[in-house]
Design a protein around this ligand. Structure first.
Ligand code: HEC
Length: 127
């Protein structure tokens, strides 16, 4: 029993598993219950929305996901979103979820649906 508890505690202390972008996309597609569409993801990435704090995802992430962006309000540099230009992207499911939550709220004034997340990821990962 003690060994089991110790093993569990060690497991909890380990850093989050690094996934590949393909694995993260797979999971998002499973959650969405459908195959992601790069075309719809592209529209979400570049679309201009009214009513949110920021007009579009591209406002901060630039029109090219492979380029470094700039935060629309704080002016801080944002590393490129495309895994082809930044290998840390879409490798940590918790980070992906955290930023989807924050940024979808910022632009759409609501959470993104599971399908929107899968579409967005499919588009960005393919860049
Ligand atoms: C106000 C600026 C801003 C806007 C608008 C914005 N983002 Fe982001 N986004 C950020 C910042 C800042 C980070 C994290 C910075 C970092 O990790 O370097 C980030 C990171 C992300 C990540 C994390 C990817 C990873 O694996 O590291 C995702 C996913 C994401 N954004 C999706 C979106 C989507 C979808 C939209 C549009 C609905 C959007 N963002 C609009 C600022 C923005």
């Amino acid at each position: 029993m003690k060994t089991l508890v110790a093993a569990l505690l060690m497991g909890i202390a380990l850093p989050a598993y690094a996934d590949t972008p393909a694995q993260i996309l797979d999971r998002l597609q499973t959650e969405a219950g459908t195959t992601a569409s790069r075309e719809r993801g592209k529209q979400l990435y570049h679309g201009k929305f009214r009513g949110g704090k920021t007009e579009s995802c591209a406002t901060c992430h630039t029109v090219n996901p492979q380029e470094a962006g700039r935060h629309a309000r704080t002016n801080k540099t944002i590393e490129p979103l495309a895994p082809s230009a930044n290998r840390e992207r879409f490798t940590d499911p918790e980070k992906v979820e955290k930023w989807f939550k924050r940024n979808c709220n910022d632009v759409l004034s609501r959470s993104c649906t599971a399908r929107e997340k899968a579409d967005f990821a499919a588009y960005v990962i393919a860049q």
